[in-house]
Every structure is written in structure tokens, then in C-alpha cells.
Write a protein that binds this ligand. Structure first.
Ligand code: HBI
Ligand code: FE
Length: 434
């Protein structure tokens, strides 16, 4: 029986029955907070010697280790039809999973048992960009809210809008590292949409935006980059950012995958869309557009402390597991996009999704939503809304405090290596931590 076999030492493995790599991965995660109680998903490939009989023993064993089977597939083994290959996805605690694998490996029912993946564990040698030029490969789009595919997009039925949106997206697809960002001749309609949003931001900003935002906004006005009658070009904005924090821009064709989008931040590069939202909905857009990027994101990317925070989210994302990318992306959502902060006891907005959309800005600062203190471990698992106003916002004490808390939380991630950005070479260096 699977459970009753005494522990045996297997050649080439230590006495836990796990391979060296599995031990390394498990140690990395076992140190995180709540590691003992947290349920993890894992996939196992099994070769069963006695077909369904062996399978029932395996399932009993999973149950004994308090695991839940989320998915099961079997097929006859191709070279030996008496044996069955099985793919089992389980959800259980880390410690139980390790015990389960150990007992399965010692069982006579199984030819072998391989752990093929876990949502929560980063791969040992994943590919990720090491230099800003590698970002030419990091422009994968999410097809969620594009006008061609989303019936609720305000531009869905507008052929002319879709053609214009596509023309500008093509520029982003063709862009390569080192190119100047192509100049866009914005139309009168697009400029008018910009002007409407610009003027509402101008009106609400003194009362509701954080001081860092207001400070940079004023500089942008003084340099004539921010005016109501002209949409700033990404190239001039990129040059402005370079002078203040070393951030720069590259054009993006639409909503990028979280992994690609976050990776660019590691190099102090922000992938910015260049098209303008539909004229019928000047105060709302389902996908990011350049009005959101320019009015929402750019001012704070010119603030040194905020720029540093943004880069650190980016660095944390390099080579992270899918589950960790999801958490980082949620932290990004509740900070960079929808963050609130305190200023001499008064709550102000710093999130780009608030500062570029006055409806949600007023909602966030009204007494309707719930405000909670920013705490990365909590914030990272808070479900969020991308269709309506958020019911919950997180309030930071300051950018520096936010960074401190974030750093402490990130240090418990599962990556079996550390990364560091070398500003002299512009390269991300990988330091083995195990
Ligand atoms: N892509 N172009 C673009 N702009 C964003 O602001 C953006 C993105 N992809 C993902 C994303 N933001 C965030 O919601 C997080 O998932 C990182
Ligand atoms: Fe954004």
C-alpha cells in the first residue's frame, strides 16, 4: 500500500525522495508567511502499473494528505497497454504535497511520479528581458477590450474609428528599441477629446491630487507640454521623463499582458498607447489610451520616489510565477492605477485611473467606498473591478512607506534568484541566491 511503505533511499536523490531542484523550490516557498496553511495547485504526471486499481490507491492517498483533485486525465500508456498514464492536478498545502510525492514515489503501484508544475513556484531558468532591447519581444496584447472584438467598446460600430485605432497600433508593432517614437498628427476631433479631459483634470487636481502629481503637472504646463489645445507627442514626453527620473516611453499597440507590461518597468520603460479614445465617451475608455497614459501616468513617472517604486514592481515581476504575476498586477492595480495616499491627514489620489477619470476620482474620495491601509500581502489578493468603480481602495502613508512595505513583501517570493538593475550597462543582472 502507498501509505505503509517504510521510507527508502533512492539513488541520486536525498532522503526526502525529492530531486535537488524540487527541494530548492520547496525551500524557497516554505519560508513565505502563511506558507504552511496556504493551498497550492500542482500538477503531477503518474505512470500507473495496474491501471484503475492503482489510480484508486493514488486518489485515496491524495485524500489522506488533505488534497483535493481539481483535474484528472488518463490514457493507456503507448508502449505498455497494461499501464495507465495520468495527469492529476491537485490543490493542497505545500507540506502535504511534498509528503504525497514522497509516498507516491515509494509506492509499488507507480512506475513513476513527476511534479510538472505549480502555479506558485517560479521556474529556475525562465526567459525574461535582460536589456531594454529585449522588450522588442515583450509586446503581447490582451484581446480583452479592443474595438474590433468587444461589442461594448464605444468604437465597435465606428468603422472610421477602428481604422484609425489600427493605423496607430501598427506603428507600435513596427517599433524597435532605439527608434525615435513616431510623430502622430492628431485630428481635430482627437484634440477636442483631449481638451475636455484635460480641463476637468485641471479643475479637480488642486483639491484631489497628491502634491507630487500637482508639482510635475505645473512643470509640464510651464514647458508647454501640457496645454488643452494640443495632445503631447510621446517622444517629447519621453524626453521630459528622461531628464527627471530616467524613465522613457515606447509605443504599445493596446492592453499588454501583465507580464510584458510589468517587465518593461524594470528598465524604467513605460509602454504607452498612442491612440485616442472614442469621441462619444471622452470621460471613459475600456482600454488604456494616450489620454489616460499622459494625464494619469506621466506626471508621477517624473517623481523620483514613485519612479523607483514602479521600477521595483517591474524587477519583482521578472521570472516570477504566473500566480505571482497575478499578485503583482493586483498590487499595481491598487497603487499605480487606483491608489490613494495621505497628506497631512487628508486623503488624496495618486492612481492614474483616478487622475484621468473624474467620475471615479469623485467616487473614490466620497464616503461611498471602503478605504483600507495599503498592505501588500492583503492588497495582492483583493479581487478588483475593471468594469465599474472600485468598492475598495487602499491608502498609502507615503511613497517611501509604500516602497518599504512592498520590498519586505517581495522578499518572500518564490524566485530562486535575485535580480538587480545595473544602471551603467542598462542590464538586469541575475544573482543566484541558492
Ligand atoms: N498595458 N498598454 C498597457 N497599459 C497599461 O496600463 C497596462 C497594460 N497591461 C496590463 C496593465 N496595465 C495592468 O493592469 C497590470 O496588469 C500590470
Ligand atoms: Fe494605466
Amino acid at each position: 500500500d502507498i501509505e505503509d511503505k517504510p521510507a527508502q533511499k533512492i539513488d541520486g536523490e536525498d532522503d526526502s525522495g525529492l530531486t535537488e531542484e524540487e527541494v530548492v523550490l520547496s525551500n524557497a516557498i516554505a519560508e513565505g508567511p502563511d506558507a504552511e496553511k496556504a493551498l497550492q495547485r500542482a500538477a503531477l504526471i503518474l505512470r500507473l502499473r495496474e491501471g484503475m486499481n492503482s489510480l484508486s490507491r493514488v486518489l485515496k492517498s491524495i485524500e489522506k494528505h488533505q488534497g483535493a483533485v481539481c483535474h484528472l486525465e488518463t490514457r493507456p500508456n503507448q508502449s505498455d497497454n497494461n499501464q495507465l498514464d495520468a495527469l492529476v492536478k491537485v490543490e493542497m498545502t505545500r507540506v502535504s504535497l511534498l509528503q504525497l510525492i514522497k509516498s507516491l514515489r515509494q509506492s509499488s503501484s507507480l512506475e513513476h511520479c513527476t511534479l510538472i508544475g505549480e502555479d506558485n513556484i517560479s521556474a529556475k531558468n525562465p526567459w525574461f528581458p535582460r536589456h531594454a532591447s529585449d522588450l522588442d519581444n515583450c509586446n503581447h496584447l490582451m484581446t480583452k477590450y479592443e474595438p474590433d472584438l468587444d461589442m461594448n467598446h464605444p468604437g465597435f460600430a465606428d468603422k472610421e474609428y477602428r481604422a484609425r485605432r489600427k493605423e496607430i497600433a501598427e506603428i507600435a508593432f513596427a517599433y524597435k528599441y532605439g527608434d525615435p517614437i513616431p510623430y502622430i498628427q492628431y485630428t481635430e476631433t482627437e484634440t477636442k477629446t483631449w481638451g475636455s479631459v484635460f480641463n476637468t483634470v485641471l479643475e479637480l487636481m488642486p483639491k484631489h491630487a497628491c502634491s507630487e502629481y500637482c508639482r510635475v503637472f505645473k512643470m509640464l504646463q510651464e514647458e508647454d507640454i501640457f496645454t488643452p489645445d494640443r495632445i503631447p507627442q510621446l517622444e517629447e514626453m519621453s524626453n521630459f521623463l528622461k531628464r527627471h527620473t530616467g524613465f522613457s516611453l515606447r509605443p504599445a499597440a493596446g492592453l499588454l499582458t501583465a507580464r510584458d507590461f510589468l517587465a518593461s518597468l524594470a528598465f524604467r520603460i513605460f509602454q504607452s498607447t498612442q491612440y485616442v479614445r472614442h469621441k462619444n465617451t471622452p470621460y471613459h475608455t475600456p482600454e488604456p489610451d494616450c489620454i489616460h497614459e499622459l494625464l494619469g501616468h506621466m506626471p508621477l513617472l517624473a517623481d523620483p520616489s514613485f519612479a523607483q517604486f514602479s521600477q521595483e514592481i517591474g524587477l519583482a515581476s521578472l521570472g516570477a510565477s504566473d500566480a505571482e504575476i497575478e499578485k503583482l498586477s493586483t498590487v499595481y492595480w491598487f497603487t499605480v492605477e487606483f491608489g490613494l495616499c495621505k497628506e497631512s491627514g487628508v486623503v488624496k489620489a495618486y492612481g492614474a485611473g483616478l487622475l484621468s477619470a473624474y467620475g471615479e476620482l469623485l467616487h473614490a474620495l466620497s464616503d461611498k467606498p471602503e478605504l483600507r491601509p495599503f498592505e501588500p500581502a492583503v492588497t495582492a489578493v483583493q479581487p478588483y473591478q475593471d468594469q465599474e468603480y472600485q468598492p475598495i481602495y487602499f491608502v498609502a502613508e507615503s511613497f517611501d512607506d509604500m516602497k518599504d512595505k512592498f520590498r519586505r513583501w517581495v522578499s518572500a517570493m518564490s524566485r530562486p534568484f535575485e535580480v538587480r538593475f545595473n544602471p551603467h550597462t542598462g542590464r538586469v543582472e541575475v544573482l543566484d541566491s541558492v
